[in-house]
Structure formats: C-alpha cells, structure tokens
Design a protein around this ligand. Structure first.
Ligand code: ATP
Ligand code: MG
Length: 384
C-alpha cells in the first residue's frame, strides 16, 4: 500500500474499505477525486484519481513499484449527532438495557445490531423520547432530551418497528398528513422522487406490497427534512429484493449527509450499510467499531474451502506448514488464513504434495462469526 500524503481531501476522516468490501451493485453517488500518494520504495509522489470506494492500482513511474490506493467514503464530521451515557431500562425485574454508553457521529450510518430481545427497540425509543429511561442521559445534536426534546423533535425522523399507516390514504396523502405535524417541511415531490414512489403516489397504502409500505415508512420519517433518521428494523420480513431496495434508500440518505441510526438483526444489513456498528446482546453493548475493525479484532480472518480432495493428506500437509486446517461436515477442507496473501502458499503446498482438488473458494469472516466469537451463539439462531 502506498503511503498517503496529507491533502485537503485526506484531512476529512475517511472510511477505508478493503477492495472486496464494496458490493459491486451498490448505487453510491459517483464522483471522481484526486489523491496524492508516496511511493514506499523511492519516495516519489504520484497523483491518482478515482471515485469513492474504488481501489486503484498505481505503478510508480520512476521505479515501477506497484501498489494500491483506496478511495474511502468521507464521513462528514467528527461531531456527535447522538450521545448516550449510562442508559438503563428496567421492566420490573428485567434489565432490558444495562447502563450502555455510545456516540453516533454526524453523517454516519450507525447500525445497532443484535438478536431478538437484545434491547434495540427499548434503546432507540428511549433516545426518541418515546420510552422513559430508568437511568442515564441522552443528548441529540447537543440537547439533553430530558429537558429540551422540543428543540430536537423537528430535527429527527422516526420509522418505528412494525410500522403501519392509514389503510385508506394514498401515499401522497399519507406524507401530507404526517408533514402537518412539523414546522420544518421537506418537498414531498422530492421525497417521492428520491424514494422512487412516483408510480405509487396515488395508490392506497393498503394496496402496496410489504417492501413499498416500508419505503413509505422511510418517506414519512423524512417529511420534516430531518438531520437524523431512526429506522427500527426497516427491512425485517421483506423478501431479498425488497430488502435490497430499502438498503439502497438508506445508502441514499447517507449520501445526502443525513445521520442514520439503524437497528437491525441482519448482519448483512450492517455489513452493507454501516460506518459504525454497536453489537447489543442481552442489554449490553458487547463490541463496537467499524465492520472492518470488528472483523479484524474478533473474526477468523479469511476462510479457504478446498473442495473434493484427498482430505487426510491435504490436512496433514497444511498442518505441517502451520495452517489451521480442518474437515467440514460435507468433506471439504476449511483453512483459516489471517492474510489473504497466504492463499498462494496453500496452493503451492497442494501442488508440491500433488494433491488434486475440484475447486477452492475463499470467503472472509463476517459479523456472524464476530457474534459467535463474542457470545458463543449464532446471531441467526438466537433469532429463532
Ligand atoms: N413494554 C415492555 N414491558 C416489559 N418488557 C418489555 C417491554 N418492552 C420490551 N420488553 C422486554 O425487554 C427486552 C428487550 O426488548 P426490545 O423490544 O427492546 O428488544 P429488541 O432488541 O428490539 O428485539 P426485536 O429484535 O425482537 O425487536 C425483551 O426481553 C422484551 O421482552
Ligand atoms: Mg425491536
């Protein structure tokens, strides 16, 4: 990797992605920018251009050293949009939220990830002033909500869990209805256009599909042009296509500079959208960081699957070279690798030992494994 020379661009806090972190079909706003980097070999400075999320290959014109430059997404600010301190909620004997503290930065998608019953809705609804905390404090945009919630309610938008609207209002009427509650008013035409609801604007809410209803829910949360949008499980219960559509809407909110507080029990959703993830389990935050940081800290690295080979010989050879190799239930071999560069070493061992195989797959650790590592349980199983 080339070392980066500080520029105005790099003074912004940048979210650095790995090349295979960028889903190819994500529709981010594309605009080009320039970065100046320093060759690690000869020290020559090179200017290169790319778009957000892109990993550009660079060859030093003086010494021909090859390297990569990652163009991260800028996060608009280091300032906090939300500050939660020692927040607690008891329901009788049950401690649903156990003195948690965290901060959400302005302009980021903050994913609050956890299984059913972890305390996500209780937390988010305390932040929204819908539920009263047993103890602790919440600041939104610098205002303590226990004394100044009126100052912030115009500046936030809320999509509650399992949201429903009026069956017999059209999409446009629904948005107009909710907008009347606020002094700040966004253009409804713009919301309809941005959320791709033009074809639906005159349809009754009750006649929309589940995915479209959720999209209307997000649209309602935007009628006052909020700076912070709270979305509680916006894609739960949707089919994969509708879920993707909701994800694109959320990515679009972020691109418009809004702060998004997203609660979810889908780790793919957090991996796809989040700048920062807090994992909540039984009322406690058990880990926090970017997806990249969490996977690096608690994941297994990458996993290489070798399909259909002489299992024992391969495991012996790989173990002798220090690899953590084991047989999976389906007979394939699974090898844990901390750095993807070690893949070549594995291939050369297999070739050297003349071990034949049908195929190899590489998959990287994900948040599911992070959750497993931290709790001993699978996120998906806890949901059942
Ligand atoms: N009003 C309430 N009275 C009593 N217990 C409650 C109440 N609301 C939630 N709980 C309990 O508090 C715990 C946390 O619930 P919460 O709804 O915050 O979890 P969640 O993470 O949002 O779950 P899900 O993914 O199912 O929405 C659960 O054990 C739940 O049963
Ligand atoms: Mg919930």
């Amino acid at each position: 990797m080339f070392e980066e020379i500080p520029t105005i661009e790099s003074i912004l806090p940048l979210k650095i992605y790995n090349s295979f972190y960028i889903p190819s079909n994500i529709k981010r706003d594309i605009f080009m920018m320039e970065r100046t980097v320093k060759c690690p070999n000869c020290g020559n400075t090179i200017t290169t251009s790319g778009s957000y999320g892109e990993v550009v290959k660079v060859i030093c014109p003086y010494c021909s050293t090859k390297g990569k430059v990652t163009f991260g997404y800028p996060i608009s600010s280091d300032e906090s949009a939300i500050e939660v301190s020692n927040l607690r909620k008891e329901y009788g004997d049950l401690v649903a939220v156990n003195n948690i503290s965290f901060k959400v930065k302005k302009g980021e998608v903050f994913a609050f990830l956890g299984p059913n019953g972890a305390g996500k809705t209780t937390t988010v609804e305390m932040i929204e002033s819908i539920r009263v905390p047993t103890a602790g404090a919440v600041k939104i945009l610098g205002n303590d909500i226990s004394s100044s919630f009126d100052q912030v309610k115009e500046r936030i938008g809320v999509l509650p869990q399992e949201f429903h609207s009026f069956e017999r209002l059209t999409v446009r009427e629904t948005l107009e209805f909710f907008q009347k509650m606020f002094k700040n008013r966004a253009s409804i035409n713009e919301i309809i256009a941005n959320l791709d609801l033009k074809d639906q604007e005159n349809k009754l809410y009750m006649n929309l599909s589940g995915g479209l209803k959720q999209r209307v829910g997000v649209a309602i949360s935007l009628v006052n042009n909020p700076e912070i949008v709270f979305l509680d499980e916006p894609s739960t219960g949707l089919d994969p296509k509708a879920r993707r559509e909701v994800w694109e809407v959320i990515a679009g909110l972020r691109n418009k500079g809004k702060t998004v507080f997203l609660t979810t029990h889908y780790m793919e959703e957090a991996e796809y959208l989040a700048d920062h993830v807090a994992i909540i389990h039984k009322g406690n935050i058990i880990a926090e960081g970017s997806v990249e940081e969490l996977i690096r800290k608690f994941g297994e690295g990458s996993i290489l699957d070798i399909k259909n080979c002489k299992t024992e010989d391969a495991i012996d050879a790989l173990k002798q070279s220090g690899f953590n190799a084991k047989q999976e239930d389906n007979g394939d071999i699974e090898v844990y690798i901390e750095h993807k560069e070690r893949v070549l070493e594995i291939l050369s061992i297999l070739r050297h030992e003349a071990i034949d195989y049908d195929a190899i797959d590489i998959r990287r650790s994900n948040l599911e494994e992070v959750f497993l590592h931290l709790t001993g349980a699978k996120l998906s199983e806890e949901d059942e």
